[in-house]
Design a protein around this ligand. Structure first.
Ligand code: FES
Length: 196
């Protein structure tokens, strides 16, 4: 038999919401598509969600995206798990997307990866113990002529042939107090992003 205390109502978790700036951007995005095709805005809305909720899209965040688009959550899960640009687990302050496809491999992405792992203390797919860097393996970033490449958000770090070039990239990122701000965020960032 249940004890009385087990039957007491629990406090329901706070419902996730996009920031006012995020909501305004989503509203603007919807104007790009016919009303019955608003699902097409899923990719940019996932980007907004990822930026606003700590750099990754948890199942709850994906549910919020589904609710925003008025579609089934499974439709968002399928897309978010397909594209490597969406993080499905917590990440560090900077996600280093390391291209490991053929041309980058021929130009030294193995050595680049080894150096990154040694300096950050994180294996590929992991986050460094200090929480600053997450290493992520990705497919061709469409900049093969400048291989080997690492992408960090909107920026490409190119021709990372030498340990010195990799160290310079890591130092630049370590010294960034705030990550770069996206254009739609200029009118106000939610606290979760400002604190990153
Ligand atoms: S193979 Fe790395 S950018 Fe194309």
């Amino acid at each position: 038999m249940l004890k009385l205390i087990d039957m007491e109502p629990t406090t329901s978790p706070k419902k996730l919401q996009f920031s006012p700036a995020g909501q305004a951007e989503i509203k603007r995005l919807f104007t790009h598509y016919p009303e019955d095709r608003s699902k097409s805005a899923m990719l940019p809305i996932l980007h907004i969600a990822q930026a606003e909720f700590g750099g990754w899209v948890s199942p709850e965040v994906q549910d919020l995206v589904a609710e925003t688009l008025n579609i089934k959550p499974i439709e968002v899960y399928e897309v978010a798990s397909f594209y490597t640009m969406y993080n499905l687990k917590p990440v560090g302050k900077h996600v280093l997307e390391v291209c490991r496809t053929g041309p980058c491999m021929l130009r030294g992405s193995d050595e680049l990866t080894e150096h990154l792992e040694r300096i950050t203390g994180a294996k590929m797919g992991e986050t460094s113990p200090d929480g600053v860097f997450t290493l992520k393996e990705v497919e061709c970033l469409a900049a093969c002529g400048f291989a080997p490449i690492v992408q960090v958000r909107e920026k490409y770090y190119e021709q990372l042939h030498t340990p010195e070039a990799v160290d310079a990239m890591l130092n630049e990122l370590r010294n960034l107090v705030h990550r770069p701000i996206l254009s739609w965020e200029e009118n106000g960032l939610p606290n979760s992003v400002q604190d990153n």
